[in-house]
Design a protein around this ligand. Structure first.
Ligand SMILES: NC(=O)c1ccc[n+]([C@@H]2O[C@H](COP(=O)([O-])OP(=O)(O)OC[C@H]3O[C@@H](n4cnc5c(N)ncnc54)[C@H](OP(=O)(O)O)[C@@H]3O)[C@@H](O)[C@H]2O)c1
Length: 248
């Protein structure tokens, strides 16, 4: 795919695009020329702010409500995005994620299930739905937002670690299955990024990060932007860490 014909005639869907890393990814993809569907669960105002920022910068975006852990959400959101923009979703970023931290001996069934449903099962369902249109178009980009916690232990996050590690192996396997159709599927594994999710974490722990600082949502979005670009057409099944050296 040459750079002049990129982005293709499609739109992008970013789950959990109303805040933090997802909002930065939505802004980045819009700046790269994609019409962007900004999904959110509860924060309608925040999602509308992201849409307004994108439009003020000359891009196209729409805010779409939907809880990704709902089994019906993928069909509903794809239909809404494709109807709004009039083109298929050819870039999907599975970014929506939650944490429900607890040590394993005390972890409840609800804490386990909520994290698996939102961080892993939803990404599978959205990927399955995306592949229909992408395989037909013989092009497409899927990026799954995993975590360094999917690569190395972090006490208190066994549910989150299981979901994020599962997401990495799902990414690799699905990537290999569809590689000859021109569709790439990759994972990005951020370390400590300054967002609402990490607002309450003790900053003294940053000492363990070789870069001695937290990352920004924009630094993650830049990596996603690359993986969604025409230039990344031969990159698939990869896991790109964005962690200031934490997992090195
Ligand atoms: N921050 C970090 O240090 C870090 C590190 C590694 C990986 N990550 C991963 O990066 C992703 C984004 O994290 P973040 O730090 O930007 O989180 P965040 O600031 O807490 O934002 C989470 C976003 O996901 C949305 N969301 C949550 N549950 C949802 C659901 N069931 N359906 C639809 N949207 C939902 C939220 O929408 P509402 O506001 O409407 O609920 C919000 O837009 C997550 O997958 C997270 O696990 C983060």
């Amino acid at each position: 795919m040459s750079e002049t014909s990129w982005p293709p005639a499609g739109c992008a869907l970013v789950t959990g695009g109303s805040r933090g890393i997802g909002a930065a990814i939505a802004r980045r993809l819009a700046a790269d020329g994609w019409p962007v569907a900004v999904n959110y669960r509860a924060g309608a105002e925040a999602a509308e702010r992201v849409v307004a920022e994108i439009e003020a910068a000359g891009g196209r975006a729409v805010a779409l409500a939907g809880d990704v852990s709902d089994p019906a959400a993928a069909d509903a959101l794809f239909e809404a995005a494709e109807t709004h923009f009039g083109v298929p979703v050819l870039a999907l970023v599975n970014n929506a994620g939650i944490s429900r931290d607890n040590l394993s001996p005390s972890l409840t069934d609800d804490e386990w299930q909520a994290v698996i449903d939102t961080n892993l099962t939803a990404a599978f369902r959205f990927t399955r739905r995306a592949l229909k249109g992408m395989m037909r178009a013989r092009t497409g980009r899927i990026v799954n937002i995993s975590s360094v916690v999917g690569l190395r232990a972090n006490p208190g996050q066994s549910n989150y670690a299981a979901a994020k590690a599962g997401l990495i192996q799902f990414t690799r396997t699905a990537a290999v299955e569809v590689a000859r159709r021109g569709v790439t599927i990759n994972a990005v594994a951020p370390g400590w990024i300054d967002t609402d999710m990490t607002a309450d974490v003790n900053r003294e722990l940053l000492d363990a990060v070789p870069a001695k600082r937290a990352g920004t949502p924009e630094e993650v979005a830049a990596c996603v932007g690359f993986l969604v670009s025409a230039q990344a057409g031969y990159v698939t099944g990869a896991v790109l860490t964005v962690d200031g050296g934490l997992s090195a």
